[in-house]
Structures are given as structure tokens and as C-alpha cells.
Design a protein around this ligand. Structure first.
Ligand code: ACO
Length: 359
């Protein structure tokens, strides 16, 4: 008699995998900013911040630190944890909206700091969803044969974008960086031969790698979360005087759209792969606000113990949120090799997306 399938993983189609997460790393600045810091000069308090956001403290970089200074240790840790050296990296993609310079890209700056030359390197701007966009882009580059070991970085310093006197936004954001090495799957990790890679086809129960992804954007809501200062709204002495160069946000509206976007994209990605929320071992989502995440978990029917959280320690670190949390969960042993992880993010643009990966 044939055994009855015990979970949707037994019925799910085989997966088609070109790359897998080989190493992870994170870094945050040393300077801790507790909620009490804001109590000293704003009309706010620790209790309000904890109850509305789940945040207890965040890290802010010293003014002398650049984005690449902060991201470099995360990159080095990711490369070391992959068992590689910088010379093995043949592609770098950095998700950030707080680059060292307008140009060159922070990816090029990091390439130089890592002491390598010749690899492809570029930045991606999808704000808080930036890392998910970068990961999907890197996956495509490995699949196409353009790269074998991609360094994928999410890093932001929102302490440089917030109005310190705006209590509605100043309390939310922290600085941080996370990185991962995404390597070609399969027996051979040799240099590409000029064509697309032959993917590994395998069981969704055991095969390591990126199973699939989904990305979305809706530019019609761009005004809900915005930092002026580009060619459409250049910084002038008047705009500086009036604090027009700082981040502005409609928090209530973003909250609603984030819950809906994160829940829908997660559900849709699982369904596309014939899986259910019960198959997921860990839900690693963009950490903007603990209430957003518990609302998403409720909508998905996800047990809260599968929801990884560290927003209380770091606040919203924008593009760094997902890789920083994943690296921390790997280093503490919470996420183990072989676990099925559902990654998702939501941010300004609006942008949102999800990635399904077996570690
Ligand atoms: N301390 C005390 N009171 C405050 C503070 C503060 N720091 N900030 C706002 N308030 C006040 C408001 O002025 C308002 O007062 P009023 O009723 O007298 O007008 C009251 O608190 C309620 O304000 P709301 O905006 O309705 O508060 P809400 O419960 O929505 O919480 C918050 C605000 C935390 C910003 C929430 O809307 C949120 O987290 N939204 C998501 C925004 C976000 O995460 N953006 C990041 C980028 S996008 C992303 O990463 C998903």
C-alpha cells in the first residue's frame, strides 16, 4: 500500500535551483540609541515607542562612518562563513538608498575595499525591499552564467535621512548592514562557460537553494514615504532651512498597505510552489514594526514562533533588515542548514516582494 502524503511538500512539484545561500554576515554600529534618548528632547516616551513599534533601541553610526565602512565587516563575515575568500567573489550587488556617494556605486567602493577587481558590481534602489530585489537580481545573474559567487548586500544609514525633531519618524530607524554569498548550485562551482547554468532539479523537502521569488511595485503611492533632494526637488538653501530634505512618511497608510502586501506576496509565492504556510520553518521579514509582522503572521495563519524578530534591538534598518536578521538567526543556530525560509519585504516606492529558499 502506498503511504499517504503527510504534507504539501510531498505533493509539491520538484524544484529547479540555480543558486544557494552559502554564507551570511551582519554588522551594526557600536553606538546604541535607547528609547530614553528621545525622551530627553521630544514629546515621546519609551512606553509609546515599545507599544506602537516593538522597538527598544537602535544603532546609529558616528558621523565619520560611511555606508561602506559599516557594510565591509558584514561582507567579510559573509565571505568567511561561505568558506571563500574575496578573490572568489565575481559579482557584487548592494541594496541601499544611503550610498557613500551619488556615484560611484557603493558596490564599486566595497569591491575596492575588499581588494578585488574585475567582478561586476552595482547598486539597487528599492528602499526597504532593496535586499529582496538585489537577491532576485543576483539569482538571475548566477542562473544566466554571468556570475558564480555573488556577494549580495543590504545596507542603510537612515540616521542620515531622518529629521531628528520629527517624533513620528526619528524613533523608527536604525543603521545596519547584512550580506550573503549566493553561490551556483550543483556539483561544479567552476567559472561560467558562456551560457545559462544547468539547474539542479530536486525534492522540495531537501534541495538547498532559491526556489522562487515574486517582486512588485506601485509607483502611484510614492508620496507615502519619500526623501526629496534629487533632480525633481533639488536641495537649496531654502529647502535646507525648512528641513525639506528629510524623510517624510504617512505611517498609518504605510502600515495598512505593508500588512496587505506582505501577506499577499507570501501567500501567493507559497501557492505558486504548491506549498503551505505549515511547510515554512522560519518567516524572515522586513523588520519595520513588530505590530505589522504579527498582523501579517495572523493573516497567513503562521504560528508566531516561526516569525523571527529583532526589531527591538535595531529598529527599521531599511535594506539591511532581511540579511541582518537572517545572519543573526544563522549565527545563533535558530536557522539551520536545510530549513525552509520565507523571506519578504515591503518599502517605499512602493515596492514589495518575497523569496522562498531552503538554506
Ligand atoms: N511618541 C508619542 N506620540 C506619537 C509619536 C511618538 N513618537 N509619533 C506619533 N505620535 C502620536 C501622533 O501624533 C498621534 O497623535 P494624535 O492622535 O494626537 O494626532 C498618535 O500618536 C497616533 O498616531 P498614529 O500615526 O495613528 O500612530 P500609529 O499607531 O499608526 O503608529 C507608527 C505610528 C508607529 C509610525 C505606525 O503607523 C507605523 O509603524 N507605520 C509603518 C511605518 C513604517 O514602518 N515605515 C517604515 C518604512 S515602510 C516599511 O518599512 C514597511
Amino acid at each position: 500500500m502506498n503511504a499517504q502524503p503527510t504534507s504539501s511538500l510531498d505533493r509539491a512539484p520538484q524544484v529547479n535551483v540555480s543558486s544557494y545561500i552559502r554564507g551570511t554576515g551582519m554588522s551594526v554600529p557600536d553606538r546604541v540609541i535607547p528609547n530614553s534618548y528621545f525622551e530627553s528632547y521630544l514629546e515621546t516616551n519609551d512606553q509609546w515607542i515599545r507599544e506602537r513599534t516593538g522597538i527598544i533601541e537602535r544603532r546609529w553610526a558616528e558621523p565619520t562612518m560611511s555606508m561602506s565602512d559599516l557594510a565591509l565587516p558584514a561582507c567579510e563575515r559573509a565571505i568567511a562563513s561561505a568558506g571563500l575568500t574575496a578573490a572568489d567573489i565575481d559579482g557584487i550587488v548592494v541594496a541601499t538608498v544611503t550610498p557613500d556617494y551619488v556615484f560611484p556605486s557603493t558596490a564599486c567602493v566595497l569591491q575596492k575595499k575588499l581588494g578585488i577587481r574585475g567582478s561586476l558590481a552595482f547598486d539597487v534602489n528599492a528602499v526597504c525591499s532593496g535586499f529582496v530585489y538585489a537577491l532576485v537580481t543576483a539569482e538571475g545573474l548566477v542562473r544566466s552564467g554571468a556570475a558564480t559567487n555573488m556577494l549580495v548586500v543590504g545596507a542603510d544609514m537612515f540616521s542620515r535621512l531622518i529629521d531628528p525633531n520629527d517624533r513620528t519618524t526619528a524613533i523608527l530607524f536604525g543603521d545596519g548592514a547584512g550580506a550573503m554569498v549566493l553561490s551556483a548550485a550543483g556539483e561544479s562551482n567552476t567559472a561560467p562557460t558562456g551560457g545559462p547554468r544547468v539547474p539542479v532539479i530536486g525534492s522540495p523537502r531537501t534541495t538547498r537553494g532559491i526556489y522562487g521569488s515574486q517582486l512588485h511595485a506601485d509607483g502611484s503611492h510614492g508620496d507615502l514615504l519619500c526623501v526629496p533632494g534629487g533632480t525633481a526637488a533639488p536641495v537649496t538653501p531654502e529647502s535646507l532651512r525648512d528641513n525639506k530634505h528629510y524623510l517624510t512618511m504617512n505611517g498609518r497608510e504605510i502600515f495598512k498597505l505593508a500588512v496587505r502586501g506582505l501577506a499577499e506576496v507570501s501567500d501567493s509565492l507559497l501557492k505558486r510552489h504548491g506549498m503551505e504556510v505549515g511547510d515554512v520553518d522560519h518567516y524572515i521579514s522586513h523588520q519595520a514594526n513588530a505590530r505589522i509582522l504579527t498582523a501579517v503572521a495572523k493573516q497567513l495563519g503562521l504560528p508566531v514562533e516561526k516569525l523571527a524578530l529583532n526589531v527591538e534591538k535595531y529598529g527599521n534598518t531599511s535594506a539591511a533588515r532581511v540579511p541582518l536578521l537572517l545572519a543573526e538567526c544563522v549565527s545563533t543556530g535558530r536557522v539551520q542548514q536545510g530549513d525552509l525560509v520565507l523571506i519578504s519585504a515591503f518599502g517605499a516606492g512602493l515596492t514589495w516582494g518575497a523569496v522562498l529558499v531552503r538554506m
